[in-house]
Design a protein around this ligand. Structure first.
Ligand SMILES: [Fe+2]
Length: 283
């Protein structure tokens, strides 16, 4: 069986549709760790696929180890640095023919967004010719996650903003002091958040990083489980965020930062009433 076989997507979607009659998960349950090779095999095994979907809907977060090679991640960082050096920081709505762009999001700029984040993000869309030639490698992994999420393996890949939903690859740096507020993500296009980890705590920065909220309203630090090239997934409504990077290391190296790649099928700005991420009142 191939990932392109529509039967798997239909099976997966039917499991989701059944399970989603129950309330959506808000809190993290267990952390589960899988190798990428096993993960790919499990997608073709109905019993295992069903088990992963059930676990995700209970609020489990999966870290899929070694999904990308360290060389590929190094190349992505170089691509980001080249792109941000050669283009000015700016913003474009996701309308037809929107270019690739990057934006430095500081305290001030952050106020323009639905959730608070201090970060430097670069956004890439397939219709701009894939100048750094990373879409094929990224999509070959994303396809398994789309099928797990009940979508066709290549759904949205060729869409442009006028279609209403577009795939966007975001590569970003949380600088020293960077963070991402506790939030939940929309689930209507993509049932899971998909995080590709590009740095390792201890090497690239000292404190802070990815966390999720458990049912006791405690922030569970997951960054210690993460290595370069791993993928993290969880049901979109499970509350999560990024704790301030190195806020207690005032004298630390200014270059310290946390790198990340987000894969998301967004509502475009051609869509009326587009749905974006929501902040969470912590109380
Ligand atoms: Fe998120």
């Amino acid at each position: 069986m191939k990932i392109s076989d529509i039967k798997i997507s239909k099976f997966s979607n039917s499991i989701w549709n059944k399970i989603e009659k129950k309330p959506r998960p808000q809190y993290m349950n267990d952390l589960r760790i899988l190798n990428y090779k096993d993960f790919k095999n499990f997608i073709f095994n109905e019993k295992k696929l069903k088990e992963i979907i059930n676990n995700l809907y209970r609020g489990d977060i999966y870290i899929i180890k070694k999904a990308f090679t360290k060389n590929f991640i190094s190349k992505l960082k170089k691509d980001f640095l080249h792109f941000t050096k050669n283009n000015k920081s700016q913003f474009f709505k996701m309308k037809e023919n929107c270019p690739d762009f990057h934006r430095i999001i500081d305290e001030e700029v952050s106020k323009l967004y639905s959730i608070k984040a201090i970060k430097h993000s670069a956004y890439f869309f397939h219709w701009n010719g894939d100048p750094y030639k990373f879409f094929n490698s990224v999509n070959s992994r994303w396809r398994y996650l789309k099928v797990l999420g009940g979508r066709r393996y290549n759904e949205f890949e060729k869409n442009t903003p006028k279609d209403g939903i577009v795939d966007r690859i975001q590569i970003l740096k949380y600088p020293k002091g960077g963070s991402l507020e506790l939030h939940s993500d929309p689930y209507h296009n993509q049932r899971m958040f998909i995080s590709v980890y590009m740095s390792r705590k201890g090497n690239d920065f000292k404190s802070g990083g990815f966390f999720a909220m458990n049912r006791h309203r405690e922030q569970v630090d997951l960054e210690n489980k993460i290595d370069v090239g791993d993928i993290g997934i969880g049901y979109a409504t499970v509350k999560h965020g990024v704790k301030k990077i190195d806020e207690n290391h005032l004298k630390g190296n200014k270059k310290n930062c946390r790198w990340f790649m987000g894969l998301y099928s967004n509502d475009s700005d051609e869509k009326k009433n587009r749905i974006t991420a929501r902040p969470i009142n912590k109380n």
